[in-house]
Ligand binder design. Structure first.
Ligand code: CUA
Length: 364
């Protein structure tokens, strides 16, 4: 029996040209080209970054998730570097050179040491990642509120958020107000997440991880931050046409400011006699079937409550700032701000819209 000791199929000849534009080089070059503009735009953060940058957590659960993400990123970056350096070395060191024999080099099969190494090392990496992740999940999960928590029920609707504060008898929309929780007075916020219709997802990156908001189910989430400020978030599960305009604003207040906000929300809306016509009009249109407004006949729950409407900075779940002009445009034609929105154009005359808006802007 004869054996081919060179393992060289006689018919195969390598073309020099196929070795030089190696796909690996193409990938490395493409990667560098992609990284270059990223380095160029990594200047001072814009305002949006400051309020929603997930790399700057300010709340305990967000901080824990951030630490895990950094560990995973570091391990993956290490793997990328080792593989990249070895690959580059092999490509340069063993590339084809003039005068090389044009035959396939000797093929080597089986190395117990190598195979053991590339099995054991990845297993260790996976185990480390698994344990670190399990620990973080355990730290971040809180199934029941701890004593002294502020409990808020969050209800996802297409396409806005309802916030109920059972402890204070307050219901508001789209803008969540919570107190700071500092070492002297620890007061985490515990959110019960419910959905009125489809699956949404509550996500305010600097405060906590993303949690799904599912119909017929109660999920939960907690926030514990000592840093007052405004934090932006977003529904993070596609829920229909206006998913992108299902924004979240979370205001973290000092204890005194939070108490003041609670008092303002608990106070009845003022009844201003100068806008009686608008109030009358509001109560005689279909507005009352979808919106609630304390002190009037309006008790609808399909749309956001209008009580203390002007205490909010935005309308339409963050679609526009809450100015009298925007409010007017919104009432005239909500779909101009949010195509597909479930609030219809009420076909009011220009004069009626003026009366209605004049009334709405008194709801401080
Ligand atoms: Cu709600 Cu996406």
């Amino acid at each position: 029996m004869t054996r081919d000791t060179t393992h060289t199929p006689p018919s195969r000849r390598r073309s020099r040209a196929s070795l030089v534009p190696c796909p690996v080089f193409a990938v490395v070059v493409a990667g560098l080209l992609l990284l270059a503009p990223m380095a160029a735009i990594a200047g001072p953060p814009i305002e949006f970054d400051q309020v929603s940058n997930m790399f700057e957590p300010v709340s305990i659960p967000a901080q824990k998730i951030h630490e895990l993400a950094e560990l995973v990123l570091a391990i993956c970056a290490g793997i990328f570097l080792v593989v990249g350096v070895l690959l580059t070395y092999v490509i340069l060191r063993f590339r084809a050179r003039p005068g090389d024999r044009e035959t396939e080099p000797p093929q080597i099969y089986g190395s117990n040491n190598l195979e053991a190494a590339w099995t054991i090392v990845p297993v260790i990496i996976v185990v480390v990642l698994f344990l670190a992740t399990a620990r973080t999940i355990n730290e971040v999960e809180m199934r029941e509120p701890v004593a002294g928590s502020l409990e808020v029920t969050v209800v996802g609707h297409r396409w806005w958020w309802e916030f109920q504060y059972p402890e204070y008898g307050i219901v508001t929309a789209n803008e969540l107000h919570i107190p700071v929780s500092d070492p002297e007075r620890r007061r985490p916020t515990f959110l019960w997440l419910e959905s009125q219709d489809v699956v949404h997802s509550f996500w305010v990156p600097r405060l906590a991880g993303k949690t799904d908001v599912i119909p017929n189910r109660r999920n939960s989430l907690w926030i514990d931050t000592a840093v007052p400020g405004l934090y932006l978030g977003q529904c993070a599960e596609y829920c229909g046409t206006q998913h992108a305009h299902m924004l979240l604003r979370v205001y973290v207040h000092s204890t005194e400011d939070f108490e003041r906000w609670v008092k303002e929300q608990q106070a009845p809306d003022v009844v201003d006699p100068s806008v009686a016509a608008g109030r009358e009009l509001f109560q005689s249109t279909a507005c009352i079937n979808c919106h609630t407004l304390d002190g009037t006949v309006a008790d609808g729950t399909y749309g956001p409550t209008l009580s203390h409407l002007m205490s909010r900075e935005t309308i339409g779940a963050g679609a526009a700032f809450n100015t009298p002009e925007n409010l007017r445009d919104w009432v005239r034609n909500p779909a101009a701000f949010k195509p597909g929105v479930r609030m219809p154009d009420m076909k009011l005359t220009s004069e009626e819209v003026d009366q209605l808006v004049a009334y709405l802007v008194t709801l401080k």
